[in-house]
Design a protein around this ligand. Structure first.
Ligand code: UDP
Ligand code: MG
Length: 316
């Protein structure tokens, strides 16, 4: 049977990493498949790296890469996918919110010929506000993006080797994996599982981080917001024209009445708002072009389990 790789991004997970590892191995062993576990320490400031060193020296099937600082989960997942060698690769979180117990089910579904097997969590136990906001967000994303993104279908998924290769072939530095998973295509199957709360430690996604992630998602996959700005601008321009015509007709019919000072100010303010918003959208795209043009690596490696303290960069 072909090898399975488990890819786990970890950022300050020292409280839970040992439990996670034990649980994971407990699930993988009975499958009888050959496996490897690829941990990526995303520049943790706690003892995560020390734990990973220990796990890797205890078992050669466990390997890790450690970043020089926190580069974000997207970069950590990319590094993990690059490390992986298996014919099937499972991406999962270290906090046990992605139950390792579901892996056999994923492998079974892959056996039916699927290239992507997605475990979709429901939202039980999540806060009301968060649930509502994220549902609204996904509605927005579905309207504006060319790719299909599903609420709750996150990064817990199994990918076939060719799906992984397809992901690795996408060169962009602004990575939004939810969109990329869908962009690469292939036969995908989704199954539901009940939401689990984090076993220990803290979520790294505060409000601001989530908002930025949301903006990334909206802008990463097309230029529809730019198109919208153009439409909105044109529409406003036309209504301003109609309004002007109406005033002219009014003056011709009734003669001059009170000077439209208030209206004028309102229109100027309104238009300025639209202009600034539009400039912001354009600026965001220009910023992205600048970012991509620099072609910086996605991350910098501090050390890997194989090569002691040797550093290096993650390539483009
Ligand atoms: N993570 C990471 N880098 C980061 C933030 C998070 O590698 O900058 C990892 C984290 O260790 C965990 C997974 O990504 O394994 C999901 O993070 P978290 O549980 O904080 O997110 P949530 O489940 O709250 O969405
Ligand atoms: Mg979590």
């Amino acid at each position: 049977m072909s090898q399975i790789s488990i890819v786990v991004p970890c950022f300050n997970e020292s409280e839970v990493i040992e439990t996670f590892h034990t649980t994971l191995v407990g699930v993988l062993e009975p499958t009888g498949r050959e496996y490897e576990i690829c941990y990526v320490d995303d520049g943790s400031s706690d003892h995560t790296r020390a734990h990973l060193q220990e796990l890797a020296s205890a078992d050669r099937r466990t390997r890790y890469t450690s970043f020089s600082r926190n580069f974000g989960k997207e970069s950590a997942m990319l590094a993990g996918l690059r490390m992986s060698r298996g014919e099937a690769v499972v991406l999962m979180d270290a906090d046990l919110q992605h139950p390792p117990g579901l892996i056999p089910r994923m492998l079974e579904l892959q056996g039916h010929g699927y290239d992507q097997v997605v475990a979709q969590r429901d939202r039980s136990g999540d806060g009301m506000v968060r649930t509502m906001l994220s549902q609204a967000y996904y509605r927005l994303v579905r309207r504006f993006m060319d790719v299909e993104v599903v609420d709750g279908a996150g990064d817990f998924r199994l990918l076939s080797r060719r799906a992984v290769n397809a992901l690795l072939s996408l060169p962009e530095s602004n990575r939004f994996s939810k969109g990329m998973f869908s962009w690469i295509g292939f036969d995908t199957v989704t199954f539901q599982y009940e939401n689990v709360q984090r076993a220990a430690g803290q979520s790294k996604w505060g409000g601001r981080r989530l908002l930025n992630y949301g903006i990334d998602g909206l802008l990463s996959f097309n230029s529809r917001p730019l198109r919208m700005a153009i439409h909105g601008g044109l529409w406003l321009f036309l209504s301003a024209l109609a309004y002007a015509l109406w005033i002219i007709v009014n003056v011709l019919v009734d003669g001059v009445d009170t000077p439209g000072y208030a209206t004028l100010v309102a229109v100027i303010i309104g238009m300025s708002g639209v202009q600034i918003a539009t400039l912001g959208i354009i600026g965001e795209y220009v910023g992205r072009i600048y970012h991509e043009a620099k072609r910086r690596p996605h991350y910098v490696v501090r050390e890997t389990s194989g090569a002691g303290g040797a550093g290096g960069t993650g390539g483009n």
